[in-house]
Design a protein around this ligand. Structure first.
Ligand code: MN
Length: 238
């Protein structure tokens, strides 16, 4: 039996292909995977758990529920798009929310899981916005607004972020290697799995004189990027 890691599906009714792939992937998951880790940005936007219906995302929640009921353990780490996923979502889907970062142990090896945007420390604008949005004060104020208002705010923010991205050099939006090495050193891990940058790859480097590895998951816009752990080894598939 295997374990799957996926991220950055950016599901939205505007791109039904990704939703179809997600449904097909989850239908096939039974009998193959014991656990599925979703490392953030499952949804393109999330405005609070009561917004699932208005955003047309209830079908995705139902798929997760079926998979959880079939006995597969589902885990979720917030992405920068869906950081407002909360306890109601957890109850409805059976998908357990983990903090970012989280350390899991597979066959005795410690593995660090993260969405990945916290490692992009060169993107100061993103980090400032992130710091503001993760405070519970901001969250409470936002979630208290009517759902229609939250949806229009989210759409505006999304457009603004897409526009900004065009003017940012690619390196700024990638992870800062020195920063992530510090985090890995502090947490005593040699393996990291993350998404967010949409640059699927396996990066080998040296950490504390020992080999270290960083697996980067890709998005689901044009492919189905996933990392599979089976029989003691990982394989990145698209
Ligand atoms: Mn992201």
């Amino acid at each position: 039996m295997a374990i799957a890691f996926i991220s950055d599906l950016h599901l939205t009714p505007e791109h039904p292909d990704s939703g179809d792939w997600f449904r097909q992937f989850m239908e096939k998951a039974k009998g193959i995977f014991t656990q599925i880790y979703i490392l953030g940005d499952l949804f393109e936007v999330w405005v609070g758990d009561d917004g699932a219906g208005p955003l047309g995302q209830e079908n995705i929640q139902n798929i997760l529920r079926e998979v959880a009921d079939s006995g597969i353990e589902l885990f979720f780490i917030h992405g920068n798009r869906d950081f407002l996923i909360g306890e109601d979502f957890e109850k409805q889907t059976g998908c357990k929310i983990l903090p970012d970062p989280t350390i899991i142990t597979l066959d005795g090896i410690r593995i660090l899981l993260s969405h990945g945007d916290s490692f992009c420390t060169d993107d100061i604008e993103h980090q400032e916005k992130r710091a503001q949005m993760v405070t519970s004060k901001w969250k409470i104020a936002f979630l208290n607004k009517p759902v229609e208002e939250r949806i229009s705010t989210a759409m505006e923010m999304r457009q603004k972020s897409e526009r900004n991205k065009q003017f940012k050099p690619m390196e700024i939006m990638d992870v800062n290697q020195a920063h992530l090495e510090n985090v890995m050193r502090e947490l005593n891990v040699q393996t990291l799995i993350h998404g967010h940058t949409h640059r699927p790859a396996v990066h080998d480097f040296d950490l504390n004189g020992k080999p270290a590895r960083r697996y980067v998951l890709g998005d689901w816009y044009t492919q189905k990027s996933m990392l599979i752990y089976e029989n003691g080894s990982f394989s990145l598939r698209n």
